[in-house]
Write a protein that binds this ligand. Sequence first.
Ligand code: SF4
Ligand code: SF4
Length: 333
Amino acid sequence: MKTTNALWLQCGACGGCSMSLLGYESTQLHDALQSAGINFLWHPVLSELSGQAMVDVLKDILKGTIKLDLLIVEGTPLLGPNGTGRFQMLSGSDKPMSQWLIELANLTKYCVAVGSCAAYGGIPIAGDDRLEGTGLQYHTNQLGGLLGANYTSSSGYPVINIPGCAPHPDWIVETLSCLAMDDMRPTDFDPEGRPLAYFGHLAHHGCPRNEYYEFKASAAQDSDQGCLMENKGCKGTQALGDCNIRSWNGSGSCLQGSYSCIACTMPGFEDTDAPFLETAKIAGIPVGLPSDMPKAWFVALAALSKSATPVRVRENAHNATIVHQPTRKKAPQ
Ligand code: SF4
Ligand code: SF4
C-alpha cells in the first residue's frame, strides 16, 4: 500500500478537534490510520517530535526532501496585528504560522480544514475579531480567507472543509482515509467544500424530539422534553450534519444530551442574533426558519400543527419525564 504523508498544524484553537480525533472509536485510531496508509509526519498530540526537530520537518517539506500529501489545519489562522500574522508565530521559527500555511498549502496534494475555525473562521472571529482571524479559504461564508478564492492544491482541489465545533471523529478519519486512497471526486462535496456523505443531512434528522417538532410542542424550560426550536435556540433544522444519525463517544449527540443545536457546522455560527440557547424572534416568529421552507408555509403549518397536537404530546413536551403513555391500540378480535 502506498504511504500518505500527513501533517497536522494547529492555529488559533482550543484543541477540541484534536481531542475529537482521539475519541475515534469505530476501530483503534492508529489501526484506522495505518489501514489507510496514513503516516503522520507531525501531529500536535500524537507526535513526540518538538521544537527544532519539528520545524526541521516543515523545512524538509519546503525543500522537497519530504513529500506532503495531506496538509491538515485545525484552528483559525490569525493575521493580526495589521495583517502581519505576528500574533501567531510558529514556535522555534521566525515565521508567522500563516506564512508557513501558505507555503505548505502550495505544495500539498490535498489541503484539509478540520473544524469550523479552520474552515470558516469560527469562534476566534466572533465579535470584533481583534486577532484578525480567517478561515483557510472562507471568511465566514465569503470565499477568500487565507489562501484566496482561487486556491487549489496540487491535485486541483480547493480546501476540503470538515466543519463542526468539534467535528465528529468519523468525519475526520473517513475523509482523510478516502483522500489517502484518492477516492473522492469534486461531486462528493457541497458548494462550501463539505463532504456530502456527512453534510448532505440536517442535524434535525434523527433528533429524538422529532415528534414534538411535528406538532410544534415546544419546550418552555430547559428540563422540558419538547422541541427546542421555538424557545431554546435550536437550529437543527438549518444546520448541515448527520450529527443525530451517528453516535458520539459511544452514544448520544448534542440533542440527545438535551442541548440545542447551535449550527456549529455552518459559516458564521459564532455571531448569533440571540444567545446560543435562546431563539431570536421577530413578532413572535423565529428568525431562523427551517431550510427549504418559505416563511408563510411555516407559519401556516405551525398553526395547524398546534391546533392538532395530541394531549400526550402537548403535556409530555412540558414535562421532564413521560407523563402520558401512547394509547394502546386494541388487538383485532
Ligand atoms: S429540538 Fe431541534 S433538532 Fe430536535 S426536533 Fe426540535 S428543531 Fe429539530
Ligand atoms: S447538532 Fe448542531 S451543534 Fe451539535 S455538532 Fe451537530 S451541527 Fe454542531
